[in-house]
Design a protein. Structure first.
Length: 262
């Protein structure tokens, strides 16, 4: 490879062709619009193109890679030299997008949380196929009562159906990352629990999970003077811990909190 991978941009390129084929085959790309974030040297892009999307947009932060991608691909491709964290996702395309991203892991988590928490009725994507560090993916897909269950899973499962696709070994990348990776597939839910503002869900879950090992009586007391009535209405057992409350229950607590402020 002629390019020296930049650690600062989390550049670990997929080089295992079998894995790339498997990634591309999990979605029906033909005649759909696709967005790929962090395409790097275009390894995944090549395989996406074989499936004949109607359009593909690439967003790559690294100028050197961007220039290379311009040379490598021509027709039917829109390439943008931008930082995905600074892009207004709603202006990327008029059509719903299938999004692929093998990005630096910290960025995958940040953007997916941003996007999902901000999402209103009209989702701008139809699915997201994103790579995470395995441990982070375990948190994303964890369910109530799991040790990994926490804010990340609550935020993302709130509006998304989430499926683990498969784990990917460090050997499939160049340079080899120190960690294992997991591919995760997200689909917007048709219906989700409505609250007024997502930042209240962030706030409430922060208060609960800051005291992860304590009983939920503590955070409830901190939030509501009438915490006893509220727990009765919501049928909450005060001896439970934050990990034992479902996503729906957190949303109901948020609603109570929002009632107080309105
Ligand atoms: N998807 C490619 C490259 C993976 S490496 C493959 O699988 O082979 C991660 C890529 O994300 C690199 O090309 C890096 O330059 C790019 N990147 C890192 N931060 C980014 C950001 N904030 N916005 C857009 N691209 C980014």
């Amino acid at each position: 490879m002629l390019i020296k991978p930049k650690k600062s941009l989390g550049q670990n390129f997929l080089i295992d062709k079998n894995i790339i084929e498997k990634i591309v085959s999990i979605s029906k790309i033909s005649n759909k619009d696709v967005l790929e974030i962090g395409p790097g040297t275009g390894n995944l892009t090549e395989y996406i193109l074989r499936e004949k999307p109607s359009k593909i947009i690439l967003i790559e932060k690294d100028k050197i890679l961007y220039d290379q991608l311009q040379l490598k691909f021509q027709n039917n491709i829109e390439i943008r030299n931008e930082d995905i964290l600074k892009v207004n996702e709603k202006n990327i395309s008029k059509k719903k997008l299938i999004v692929f991203g093998n990005l630096p892991y910290n960025i995958s988590t940040k953007i997916v949380c941003n996007w999902v928490l901000k999402l209103e009725k009209n989702f701008w994507f139809s699915e997201l196929i994103l790579m995470f560090q395995k441990e982070v993916a375990d948190r994303v897909i964890s369910k109530i009562n799991d040790t990994n269950y926490g804010r990340l899973s609550i935020f993302l499962n709130w509006k998304m159906n989430i499926r683990k696709v498969f784990d990917i070994s460090p050997n499939c990348f160049y340079p080899k990352p120190k960690v294992h990776s997991t591919l995760v597939h997200f689909f917007p839910k048709k219906d989700y629990f409505k609250i007024k503002e997502s930042k209240n869900l962030e706030k409430i879950t922060r208060i609960f999970f800051n005291q992860k090992r304590k009983k939920i009586k503590n955070p409830l007391k901190q939030l509501f003077v009438n915490y006893k009535d509220i727990s009765e209405n919501l049928k909450l057992d005060l001896n439970l811990r934050p990990q034992n409350l479902s996503l729906e229950t957190y949303c109901k607590i948020v609603r109570e909190y929002e009632k107080l402020r309105s």
